[in-house]
Write a protein that binds this ligand. Structure first.
Ligand SMILES: Cc1cc2nc3c(=O)[nH]c(=O)nc-3n(C[C@H](O)[C@H](O)[C@H](O)COP(=O)(O)OP(=O)(O)OC[C@H]3O[C@@H](n4cnc5c(N)ncnc54)[C@H](O)[C@@H]3O)c2cc1C
Length: 447
């Protein structure tokens, strides 16, 4: 076993010559992880901590931007704590809960005090966040190569993945080999597609857009603010999603909106909807063009396990590449971190077994475990997304009755963010755990 030292406060380990630069020649490892976003860095970190030789390949260099809302719920914070990330260091902004705004009404809901999760959330720009996590994986022993783009899986005659082909700069393609490969390459899911794992077209795919504004007035807010009453400018219909204003603690806010397009809405013009919304906010908040930092940027959100199976022929899918964003709220960082840990555990166990049927059986446990954790919850969430969120957003659930009842609000907040203790410790746990348990998880398909 390798001794792990995860000192992320050290000067960027990625600038060390052997850590994140020069692609070098062909390399071998026990596990190759493709993509150093939250999913890939989590998988690489947990593998390295388990003493597995892991090669983490990333096409860009750090630090780099990633279009995101930068918001972390207590579930995601819990994963950071499990990884030993120093969240007390400067740069992390804590949140006490959520503030929901709908029409004239607004309510604040504190994060619940649970036994299994912290009672605070965090924000941190992905520019810093992904850099910290990648460094954390390197400090634990992962070999990171940046500026290395994976182009294809390499397979043996039986079609089993045995490595990947990469290119960097104008160099010739290089083959790297490993008995297990983890695809953490985000929503593009290039590796999964190359292995024939198509997106399930019955599942929703949301789009979201965000922009930073300089807003000292709102930058140190204690609550993550969510607006449920935004409307498309042309049709005046409610946005089938919500808008957010997340405090970054550095004089800026991250403002954005996400929507699940439904054919009755036509094309979702997020930019125009954002402009209309910003014009509604008080002048003192400063959410105006002259205070904007950079352009509005948007990206797709693959929701509710929209790609399966999550394991096939030596390849495990984690994070957005496996469509793991929650259909309840569009959150995907915590999910990527958690799935990275499960994939790492699975791979470490499988590698302790001889190559062949026993190892294969161990690898097939990954989709089973993911399904056990989120199968029923996501099935329920996909139904809610189909029947409610994609039609009218959060308006129907945040009606006057719910907004006026602390019990209903807390129940809804905990449902949306998947925050319950198991076994149940209070009435809300009991209601939510029972509701989810009553929904059969979909069968984990094999290929
Ligand atoms: C506008 C918007 C707002 C969002 N807001 C939030 C939020 O507030 N909270 C939240 O929890 N989630 C949010 N999400 C979702 C969240 O961003 C994703 O779920 C999360 O980033 C998934 O992590 P990942 O590691 O799976 O993928 P990614 O973060 O996309 O990382 C994939 C990595 O793989 C690399 N890569 C890709 N292809 C290759 C290749 N061929 N070779 C090598 N490397 C490759 C990429 O460069 C990247 O570094 C938001 C998403 C959007 C679009």
């Amino acid at each position: 076993m390798r001794e792990a030292h995860a000192d992320q406060s050290a000067p960027s380990a990625l600038s060390a010559p052997d850590a994140g630069s020069s692609p070098g020649p062909s390399e071998e490892a026990q596990v190759i992880v493709v993509g150093a976003g939250p999913a890939g860095s989590s998988a690489a970190f947990h593998l390295a901590r388990a003493g597995v030789d892991v090669l983490l390949l990333e096409k860009s260099g750090f630090p780099r931007e990633k279009v995101c809302g930068d918001g972390l719920t207590p579930r995601a914070v819990h994963q950071l704590i499990r990884m030993g990330v120093d969240i007390k260091a400067p740069g992390w902004t804590r949140s006490r809960g959520m503030r929901w705004v709908a029409g004239e009404r607004q309510v604040q809901i504190d994060w619940p005090a649970l036994g299994g999760y912290p009672d605070f959330g965090l924000t941190r720009s992905r520019h810093d966040f992904d850099d910290i996590l990648a460094r954390h994986a390197v400090a634990a022993g992962a070999r990171l190569r940046t500026g290395v783009k994976v182009t294809d899986p390499v397979t043996d005659r039986a079609g089993r993945v045995t490595g990947v082909t990469t290119v960097s700069g104008a160099g010739a393609p290089v083959v790297h080999r490993a008995p297990v490969v983890i695809a953490a390459d985000g929503a593009s899911a290039r590796l999964a597609l190359a292995m024939g794992l198509q997106r399930d077209t019955n599942r929703q795919i949301a789009t979201a857009a965000r922009r930073y504004y300089r807003s000292p007035e709102r930058s140190r807010e204690e609550y993550l603010e969510l607006w449920a009453d935004l409307r498309f400018p042309r049709s005046d219909r409610y946005l089938p999603g919500y808008g957010w204003i997340f405090p970054m603690g550095d004089g800026r806010v991250n403002v954005g909106l996400g929507a699940i397009p439904h054919r009755r809405h036509g094309k979702a013009d997020l930019r125009a909807t954002l402009d209309r919304w910003m014009a509604r906010t008080p002048e003192a908040w400063g959410l105006r063009e002259e205070n904007a930092e950079g352009p509005v940027r948007s990206a797709a959100l693959p929701l509710g396990f929209n790609r399966h199976p999550l394991y096939t022929k030596g390849l495990l899918l984690v994070g957005d590449s496996g469509g793991m964003i929650s259909p309840w709220n569009g959150e995907g960082i915590g999910q990527a971190l958690e799935a990275g840990e499960v994939a790492a555990e699975t791979a470490a166990l499988a590698l302790a077994l001889p190559a062949g049927p026993r190892r294969e059986r161990a690898l097939h446990h990954y989709p089973v475990e993911m399904n056990r954790r989120w199968g029923s919850y996501y099935r329920l969430g996909n139904t809610a997304a189909d029947l409610v969120f994609s039609r009218s957003g959060f308006q129907p659930v945040l009606n006057r009755y719910v907004m006026g009842s602390p019990f209903l609000l807390n129940t809804l907040a905990r449902l949306l963010t998947n925050l319950t203790d198991k076994p149940s410790r209070d009435v809300i746990d009991h209601v939510l755990n029972t509701a989810v348990r009553l929904v059969p998880a979909p069968h984990a398909r094999r290929r």
